[in-house]
Design a protein around this ligand. Structure first.
Ligand SMILES: Cc1cc2nc3c(=O)[nH]c(=O)nc-3n(C[C@H](O)[C@H](O)[C@H](O)COP(=O)(O)OP(=O)(O)OC[C@H]3O[C@@H](n4cnc5c(N)ncnc54)[C@H](O)[C@@H]3O)c2cc1C
Length: 440
């Protein structure tokens, strides 16, 4: 239970209706503060949202959650989302005909040990090397030197080529959206600590059966509405205007409303222009502008209902798309396949039709059979999907040098790369810091 906000409770304006902003809003209301959230887009969810285009109603990109996403799962429960919203299954890295590693439904470390015993396409030396790698990380308590890359880590731990190709490098790109030779080994080790090394339930794959706006943002907005929080869509905030010790937001439909605190819960490249007018925030703006970003491209191919993958998610090591998802097996229309290409690469230079044909051909190779011509194809490129999770990058904290101005978002300092869990954690951490500032 929580205390309802009185008319004199501190008033917080939140700019951005992605997972971070909405998590922050829910937690602030639970702590007895008043909240108004402004989203510039038509739909809530930001980089994890529903898209309706060319007869497709899909997500802007296939998303996977993990059993380790404790804070996201807690927030989902609070706003009334049932666990049945996910297709939950043990971690299963499956490259048809080449390699398969499935975690067993057992406590750690047996889930992995038994998974390795049963693995397909791995010889004994590779199984031993995999366990040795986890031991190597455990011996260092998963705290690695800041400047180490994932490739250097794999070299140091003498990981064989096939394990790198089918296991560590795809896991690195999937989790950090950054290639292994540029990715932070420290962040990668944290992800492995909390998933693969933590046990079967933590490494469970949770594939949403509903769209990404309906998963959390829409139930969160409904929950906020029931609890006197205000959520506005299609309201872009163009400026944060100081007014004594408080702030007004240019773009707020309520004239002359003042906020005691403002949370900027946008992506870093949208936060920088909002924060730039504040002299005290010049170093922060430099930090935000120094972050680099990586794309994610998703191609949806709608085949007839006869097309079905051998599992809801299959990999193609070294292929054009690294992963294919069968949406028909996880709540979507039968025959709808999502092909995902993470990070920068030569595919971005291909003309769209050529790329889509190449993906269709690559899927035929993976499945080792001819496929019918798709009835429809939609490609969505998120050019700045996530920040590039490189060694030693500087990430700001939720508090800023400007009194009453706060940050939330997946890029804010934390143990995880740019993920839904990172965004939600930043949102709830920001709410806790504001609540403490208002009582302390
Ligand atoms: C294609 C793709 C695939 C991904 N796959 C995964 C995955 O499998 N698993 C995973 O955990 N994560 C994944 N991610 C990452 C995850 O989606 C992001 O980390 C997360 O959604 C970021 O949330 P956020 O709230 O920090 O920012 P955002 O989602 O960017 O939210 C910021 C919001 O602020 C709004 N805004 C901006 N400026 C203004 C303004 N001036 N006024 C009002 N509103 C404004 C924006 O419209 C946006 O809605 C993926 C991302 C992409 C793009």
């Amino acid at each position: 239970m929580f205390q309802r906000a009185g008319p004199n409770a501190p008033n917080v304006g939140i700019v951005g209706g992605g997972y971070a902003g909405l998590a922050c809003a829910v937690e602030l209301v639970r702590k007895g503060l008043r909240v108004a959230l402004f989203e510039s887009g038509r739909v809530l969810g930001g980089r994890a949202r529903i898209v309706e285009k060319d007869d497709f109603v899909v997500d802007n990109g296939q998303h996977l959650l993990l059993g380790a996403y404790a804070e996201t799962l807690r927030l989902l429960r609070i706003v009334g989302v049932k666990p049945s919203v996910f297709d939950a299954r043990p971690l299963d890295l499956y490259y048809p005909g080449e390699f398969r590693l499935r975690a067993a439904a057992l406590p750690a470390p047996l889930h992995l040990a038994v998974g390795l015993l049963r693995a397909e396409g791995m010889d004994w030396s590779e199984r031993r090397a995999c366990l040795r790698f986890i031991q190597h990380l455990k011996a260092q308590r998963f705290r690695l030197p800041v400047q180490l890359t994932v490739s250097q880590l794999l070299d140091n731990a003498a990981q064989p080529a096939r394990l790198r190709r089918f296991l560590w490098e795809p896991l690195c790109v999937a989790a950090l959206n950054t290639p292994a030779d540029e990715a932070s080994a420290r962040v990668f080790a944290t992800v492995l600590r909390d998933t693969l090394a933590a046990g079967a339930s933590a490494s469970e794959l949770l594939i949403p059966k509903v769209d990404l706006s309906e998963l959390f943002p829409v139930p969160a907005a409904r929950w906020l509405g029931r609890n006197r929080g205000q959520v506005y869509t299609t309201e872009a905030i163009s400026r944060i205007v100081p007014d004594g010790a408080r702030y007004q937001l240019e773009g707020d439909p309520v004239a002359a409303r003042r906020f005691d605190h403002v949370v900027v819960a946008t992506a870093p490249y949208h936060a920088a222009p909002l924060l730039a007018p504040f002299d005290a925030l010049a170093p922060l703006v430099d930090t935000l502008n120094a972050l680099r970003h990586e794309p994610i491209l998703t191609t949806y191919l709608q085949y007839d209902a006869s097309v079905r993958l051998p599992a809801p998610m299959i990999g193609h090591a070294g292929g054009l798309a690294e992963w294919y998802f069968d949406r028909g097996q996880t709540g979507g229309p039968a025959g709808l396949i999502a092909a995902v290409i993470s990070a920068t690469g030569p595919h971005l230079a291909l003309p769209r039709r050529e790329l889509e044909l190449a993906i269709h051909n690559a899927l035929e190779t993976v499945l080792d059979r001819r496929l019918p011509t798709p009835d429809g194809i939609l490609t969505i490129t998120e050019k700045r999907a996530t920040f590039a999770c490189r060694p030693g990058i500087k990430r700001p904290s939720v508090s800023t040098a400007q009194r009453g101005l706060w940050l939330a978002g997946d890029y804010v300092d934390g143990p995880y790369p740019a993920t839904l869990e990172g965004a939600v954690r930043a949102g709830t951490r920001c709410a806790a810091a504001i609540a403490q500032a208002t009582t302390g």
